[in-house]
Design a protein around this ligand. Structure first.
Ligand code: SAM
Ligand code: DTB
Ligand code: SF4
Length: 328
């Protein structure tokens, strides 16, 4: 049984996790990859078309100078990285990019901003206009703008926002080693605000930041214990960025990513499982294995938010080789 988010208190981190869910995840972790993928395929085929992948395009509508200290992030003002900061982009530019994303097969357009929390006033009003404009292009509109109050969430819902991305990033226990400026509880609070407003929740995290296997298990267990479960789960592989505290972390073993995808698929059967950052470092074969394990969405385009991505042509070629199609 899932626990409602509201019942989880600040004082007990373990409260985020349903113990039966965690036990099941531990069992799954002990399976061989063939056995794990077999189980994931059963669930995947019961809930999704196994030959279709959703294309989602990201756009960094406000970049850099972020007051948060997320150790992985090139946009944090705490670290010296190559990212060029800019304020909120114009509506013309964003809608042009959204139209291009649509022309290239994306059905979802996700606008990201490097805010601690979405400011009220001029920027808020401009974001509302962006949401309305992207929705008019008949795209699913997603935003990831930092923390959100319930009141703000309601206004964004009215503007036509389909989904909001806000990641828990890792286990509650490892979280404090990665971010000090905003707590795990605050992240959960934002997820609750989004969900209460009737906006779909997209929440996932990053593998490869130096977390233990147990942290990975607990990270997926938190997501799977949320009630309702998130509609979409992005699984990022850390992209080590020069200048950030995680710059020297080695790239994750792709099979660890396959495992995380398969377990997310089994534990969150209805969710879109999105293969996100770090995909460019995966071979075609590793990506194929992730799709077989239940990933059914990718972030496509030449760029993620600030870092290079696999690129549209490569993605189309890959789906072609695999005999798979873009989900329309
Ligand atoms: N500022 C907003 C926030 O933090 O919610 C939205 C943008 S933020 C860049 C979205 C997510 O991208 C983060 O939560 C993190 O999971 C992921 N991300 C950022 N930098 C990354 C990196 N170097 N490697 C992998 N994932 C990363
Ligand atoms: C998510 O979990 N991954 C995407 C999306 N949500 C917004 C962002 C990945 C960012 C990777 C680093 C960058 O390009 O700046
Ligand atoms: Fe800011 Fe988001 Fe980057 Fe954290 S992940 S530093 S909140 S842009």
């Amino acid at each position: 049984m899932n626990l409602p988010i509201a019942e989880k208190t600040q004082s007990d981190k373990h409260n985020y996790i349903n113990s039966a869910v965690l036990e099941r995840i531990k069992e799954l972790y002990n399976l061989s990859i063939p056995d794990l993928i077999f189980q994931a395929q059963i669930i995947h085929r019961e809930n999704h078309n196994p030959n279709k992948i959703q294309f989602c395009t990201l756009s960094s509508i406000k970049t850099g100078s972020c007051p948060e200290d997320c150790h992985y992030c090139p946009q944090s003002a705490h670290y010296k990285t190559d990212v060029e900061s800019h304020n909120l982009l114009s509506k013309e530019k964003v809608l042009e990019d959204a139209q291009e994303a649509k022309n290239n097969g994306s059905t979802r357009f996700c606008m990201g901003a490097s805010w601690r929390n979405l400011p009220n006033g001029k920027d808020f009003n401009e974001v509302v206009e962006l949401i309305k404009g992207v929705k008019e292009l008949d795209l699913e509109v997603c935003c990831t703008l930092g923390m959100l109050s319930e009141e703000q969430a309601l206004k964004l819902k009215t503007a036509g926002l389909h989904t909001y991305n806000h990641n828990i990033d890792t286990s509650p226990e490892f979280y404090d080693k990665i971010i000090s400026t905003r707590s795990f509880d605050e992240r959960i609070q934002t997820l609750q605000n989004i969900q209460k407003a009737g906006i779909r929740v997209c929440s996932g995290g990053i593998i490869g930041m130096g977390e233990s296997i147990e942290d990975r298990q607990r990270f997926i267990a938190v997501l799977a214990s949320l009630n309702p479960q998130p509609d979409s789960v992005p699984i990022n592989a850390l992209v080590p960025i020069e200048g950030t505290p995680l710059a020297d972390k080695p790239l994750i073993d792709p099979l660890e990513l396959v495992k995380a995808v398969a377990i997310a698929r089994i534990m969150l059967p209805k969710a879109m499982v999105r293969l996100s950052a770090g995909r460019r470092f995966l071979s075609n074969e590793a990506q194929a294995l992730c799709f077989v394990a239940g990933a059914n969405s990718i972030h496509t385009g030449e760029k993620l938010l600030t870092t290079p991505n696999a690129g549209l042509n490569k993605d189309k070629e890959l789906l072609n080789k695999l005999g798979m199609q873009i989900l329309q």
